[in-house]
Design a protein around this ligand. Structure first.
Ligand code: AMP
Length: 422
């Protein structure tokens, strides 16, 4: 049998692939307008970067990484998330020694060996932003606002922002101890008990309903915040409210990565079933130190491109699309004969240079086959070029909506088409 894409992966094909491009464009545009510069890091990194940066106790590191030794004996891991690589790059190039905050955005693929299902893939794509070097609630609010603006620009209305804080180095230990005390009183299975010892907050993230029910009485981080964290969180909330960004307080929101502190948030969509998170992020003030750098606060998010497309499809936000998945063709060339093909090739280049979208019949099709291609392309105009036209230095311009056909001198056709189309 012919090859299939590996389990948990899929191909983006036209015309649907246009949707992924549209999401990437729309969710990065607000950040670009707010001074975020584009960064591209390698698809693979030192395994230790993720082990230390994301955290050994996380599902990502303990179960989901694509790790292998390269031919030089280095342990390499395909990027499971984008933040640790960005912080690594900032530290490596000393970007934090310049103007702060360092503001960066990225777009790329991630790899996680997850249980594959709709909306959850082993290879998926994210757009993300990171702002490093400022510990300021206004920056947290800006980051959240930029994501909300991206979803709004796509026309999504079913997205809810869940907001929480995880406290800081000062207050988290006391909360952690309280949570551990509570969890010790539950009859937990062995892996969960071990997780409760290493990272009890992550137990709150367990999706099993029977466990969730027993966690209902668990202590909440919001009851254990220090004064500074309380004030910080209040400020983030009031800045968002002032901007009309709706949010739901979710004191149980913890995220699957260890590096979060203070502000954490997730965007969920109500039309996606169990894989409802379309984006998420937060503040990760300890990450730089965890990977051997100086103290460097940071805040950011990653938006899942694949799931955002699914959310838009659930809301019926895509209208009619060009079947070939490109920009809809406006002009279609129908050359009849070898000489006409050569001339049409040049003519289309001129038409495109003038800003129009043009395609043509390839493979030496006859008039009938080529006209069928013109119809299928969705173009408004067909340019029919036969031997007689060539001799007359003219071309037949056929309006495919009215079937009206006029002869236009070759030297004027670009001008005439521009006039008709724009
Ligand atoms: P995370 O990096 O886990 O915080 O995820 C951020 C966003 O990426 C999520 O809200 C999802 O939209 C998306 N995402 C994470 N994991 C997957 C996956 N396995 N398949 C598809 N999208 C994912």
């Amino acid at each position: 049998m012919a090859f299939q894409s590996p389990k948990g992966t899929f191909d983006w094909l036209p015309p649907r692939s246009e949707r992924a491009l549209r999401v990437r464009e729309a969710v990065s545009a607000p950040a670009r307008r707010a001074g975020y510069g584009y960064i591209e890091t390698p698809t693979f990194e030192d395994t230790a970067l993720f082990a230390r940066g994301v955290g050994e106790s996380t599902d990502i590191v303990s179960k989901e990484m694509y790790t292998f030794d390269d031919k030089g004996g280095r342990s390499i891991t395909l990027r499971p998330e984008g933040t640790a690589p960005v912080v690594r790059a900032v530290l490596q190039h000393g970007l934090h020694n310049g103007r702060l905050p360092v503001k960066l955005w990225y777009s790329g693929n991630n790899f996680r060996y997850e249980r594959a299902q709709r909306g959850r893939y082993r290879h998926f794509s994210q757009v993300g932003i990171e702002a490093l070097g400022a510990d300021d609630p206004v920056l947290d609010a800006e980051v959240i606002l930029l994501a909300a603006e991206g979803y709004a620009a796509l026309g999504l209305t079913g997205v809810t922002l869940l907001l929480n804080t995880l406290g800081c180095k000062e207050c988290r230990p006391a909360y952690r101890a309280a949570l551990q005390g509570f969890l010790a009183g539950l009859d937990l299975d062995e892996p969960t008990r071990r997780r409760a010892e290493i990272n009890p907050l992550r137990v709150l993230d367990d999706r099993r309903p029977e466990l969730q029910a027993r966690l209902a009485a668990a202590p909440l981080v919001t009851d254990h915040l220090c004064e500074a964290c309380k004030a910080y969180h209040e400020e983030v909330r009031s800045l968002l409210s002032a901007m009309g960004v709706a949010y739901t307080d979710d004191p149980r929101l913890v995220r699957g990565l260890d590096y979060y502190m203070r502000t954490t948030f997730e965007f969920v969509h109500d039309g996606l079933g169990s894989q409802s998170a379309v984006g998420g992020g937060g503040r990760y003030d300890g990450l730089s130190e965890m990977i051997g750098g100086p103290p460097l606060p940071g805040v950011g998010w990653a938006i899942g491109v694949d799931r955002t497309v699914l959310a838009m499809e659930a809301e019926g936000l895509f209208g009619e699309e060009d079947p070939a998945g490109g920009v809809p063709v406006q002009v279609y060339g129908v050359p009849l004969g070898e000489e006409a093909r050569r001339r049409m090739f040049r003519l289309l280049a001129e038409i495109r240079a003038a800003g129009l979208v043009a395609d043509m019949a390839f493979g030496g099709k006859g008039l009938k086959g080529a006209m069928k291609g013109a119809d299928r392309s969705g173009a408004r105009f067909a340019l029919i070029l036969g031997e007689r036209d060539l001799a007359a230095q003219a071309v037949q311009v056929k309006d495919l909506t009215t079937a009206e056909q006029t002869e236009v001198p070759l030297a004027q056709v670009v001008h005439v088409l521009k006039g008709k189309i724009q």
